[in-house]
Structure formats: C-alpha cells, structure tokens
Design a protein around this ligand. Structure first.
Ligand SMILES: Cc1cc2nc3c(=O)[nH]c(=O)nc-3n(C[C@H](O)[C@H](O)[C@H](O)COP(=O)(O)O)c2cc1C
Length: 325
C-alpha cells in the first residue's frame, strides 16, 4: 500500500530505516544523512507492506515547473514486486496535479556499477529519457546521468489521468480551453469517418445550474463548465453502427486534454443513462433534436481535493506477448 506521509519525523524515520539498509547505493554517510534530513520537508510517499515500510520516495522542487525525484529506495527483500513503480506513479500523479511540467532524476551512469545499471534500467522502464551526463557533478568514478520526463506528453498524461469526483474551484474555465478540449473530442477517429459524436459546451451559470439540478444523486455540482456528449446512431456500413466506439474515442481524447490543461473530470455515463434517464432531461433543457442521444457529461474544472488512482490489474495479468499462454 502506498501512503502519503505528512509527519516530518515519521518521514525521517522511514528514510533512515530504508537508506541505512541500502548501503550498496547509499554508502556515503554524509550524503545519506543529507537525504534523511531533507526528506522531512519534501512530498513523501511510503510503500507499506503489512506494518513495515518497505520503500519510500520523495520529491524536491528544482524549478518552478520541475520536480526532482530526490531520493527513493526499496528494501532488497521487496525488490521486483512493483513497489518502486507504484511509489513513482503516486509521485508522478502528484507532480502533474500540482502543475509541474517535468520530473528529473539523477543517478550514476550505466556501465559503471551493476547495481546502478539496474537503477538506470528501472528509470528508463518508467519512461525517463536521457537528458545529459555530467562527468564531474559528483566525482570521476560516479558520472551523473540526468534523466527527464515530461508530464505533459501523451504517454505521461495517459498514466496520470483518473476520474476525479471531488470538488472543483469556482474559477470559470476560459472559453479557449473549452474549445481546445472540444476540438480534441471531435478530432477522434470514428468508424468509416461517420463522425457520429456532437458536443454541447455548457458554461452559462444559469443553464449549468438547471442541469446540475437534474442530477440525482448529485455529482459534479461545483464544476463551472461541463461538456455534454451527444451521439447519433448512424450506421457506418450495412447494419454496423460504431456510434458507441466513436463517442468513447472522443471522450477519452477530451479527458486527456482536460488533464493536460491542468483540469480534472470524470466520465459520467452510467449515472445519467440509468432507468431514471437523467440524460433525456438534460437533452430537453438543452433543446437537443430527437435524432441525438445524450450519453455522457464531462465536468471541467480545477480540482480542490486530493484523489488517488484506483487499483488496477497489473500489466502482466492483462497483457501478453504472442498468444494468451
Ligand atoms: C462507459 C463508462 C461509464 C462510466 N460511468 C461513470 C459514472 O456514471 N459515474 C462515475 O463516477 N464514473 C463513471 N465512469 C468512470 C469509471 O468508474 C472509471 O473510469 C473507472 O473506475 C477507472 O478509474 P479511472 O478512470 O480513475 O482510471 C465510467 C467510465 C466508463 C468508461
């Protein structure tokens, strides 16, 4: 389980326990003590197995738009269980949500020591890219490899996007951002290019208030804008209708763009298309023609609350190479 640790003393205690057990990587006492001391004031996550802290990671701001993965360690007995990956996912989500554009990390360049070669491979497998090697940053025997990752690349955004169901800031969402989001939606692929998805952007406070009043149980009540997704059940060919696939692709494009622009959202479809047909009531308020169905609403706004990635089945459980075996 990955836990965000608030208490500075607990942070230092966990960092000490782990770093002192990892002397292959953190051999020099002076720098180990520096990491421990600094960890007190840094965003800090622990991987807790049972009651035991088995790993930790902390971040440090190195520029207005850049976070550094300041230090991370996982006890050797817990290696190869995905803890480092989960710690990093939590930290990356946090940095992206806080509006940072890059994460960097420094390590000893590949080809020097076996343990560090493994570290390099691990960072690359997370998606870090080589930025520069600074030969003299530490000393000649330890050339410093700097890796960097953009938090705004499509790949970065895909892994940090999650459905947000918390409160939104009351700030209006600028029209230009809403247009960027909706444009991403209509840029999505569609079966036989039938373009069966249309959108209605709602940012008028009074109208938005009417729509929110229809949503029972209430969701998205604090959003200052909403995108209503419409579909037309047009056949792509013969009796094949790809309208569901079309609007799903459009929704995902919009969710990614929303996150990329620093906002949050949630795919609300089940909630409005159930037996109480909130979708039809929304359609009536917006004057949607009969041949369209309202299928989804996407609130848009800046998140005020923290949220966590839901747990998902692991890569190995869901993805196979060259057959199912
Ligand atoms: C077709 C579809 C319908 C959904 N409907 C709802 C919904 O009505 N209410 C809701 O809170 N989330 C809804 N979701 C969001 C899922 O619950 C969410 O994507 C899933 O739990 C995975 O979490 P993540 O998006 O945070 O990765 C829907 C997602 C899809 C793809």
């Amino acid at each position: 389980m990955i836990r965000y640790i608030e208490d500075p003393e607990e942070r230092q205690k966990i960092a000490r326990g782990i770093l002192e057990a990892l002397t292959d990587w953190f051999e020099v006492e002076e720098s180990r003590e520096k990491y421990i001391k600094e960890s007190a004031d840094q965003p800090f996550w622990a991987a807790v197995e049972g009651d035991v802290p088995a790993g930790f990671l902390c971040l440090k701001e190195t520029g207005k738009e850049t976070m550094e993965l300041a230090v991370m360690g996982v006890l050797k007995d817990y290696h190869r269980r995905g803890l480092g990956r989960r710690l990093f996912a939590a930290a990356k989500d946090y940095a992206a949500r806080e509006g940072y554009l890059f994460i960097q990390v420094k390590t000893v360049r590949s080809g020097m020591y076996e343990d560090y070669d493994i570290t390099n491979e691990f960072y690359k497998s997370l998606g870090f890219k080589e930025l520069e090697v600074l030969e003299d940053y530490w000393d000649e025997a330890n050339p410093c490899q700097i890796y960097v990752m953009s938090l705004k690349s499509a790949i970065g955004t895909i892994s940090t996007r999650h459905c947000y169901r918390g409160r939104f800031s009351s700030d209006p969402v600028p029209r230009e951002d809403l247009i960027t989001i909706a444009s991403a939606g209509i840029d999505a692929p569609s079966g036989c290019n039938k373009q069966t998805t249309d959108l209605v952007i709602v940012d008028d406070a009074e109208l938005l208030g009417k729509i929110k009043g229809l949503i029972d149980p209430p969701v998205a009540q604090t959003a200052s804008a909403m995108i209503v997704v419409l579909t037309r059940r047009i056949n792509a060919y013969r009796d094949k209708c790809f309208a569901v696939q079309d609007y799903s692709a459009a929704i995902e494009n919009m969710l990614l763009t929303i996150v990329e622009l620093g906002y949050q959202s949630c795919w609300y479809e089940g909630h409005i298309t159930d037996d109480d047909r909130i979708c039809d009531k929304i359609a009536a308020v917006l004057g949607i023609p009969e041949e369209y169905d309202v299928v989804c609403i996407l609130p848009v706004g800046k998140a005020l609350d923290d949220f966590h990635a839901p747990s998902k089945r692991s890569f190995g459980e869901r993805v196979r190479f060259n057959g199912f075996g």
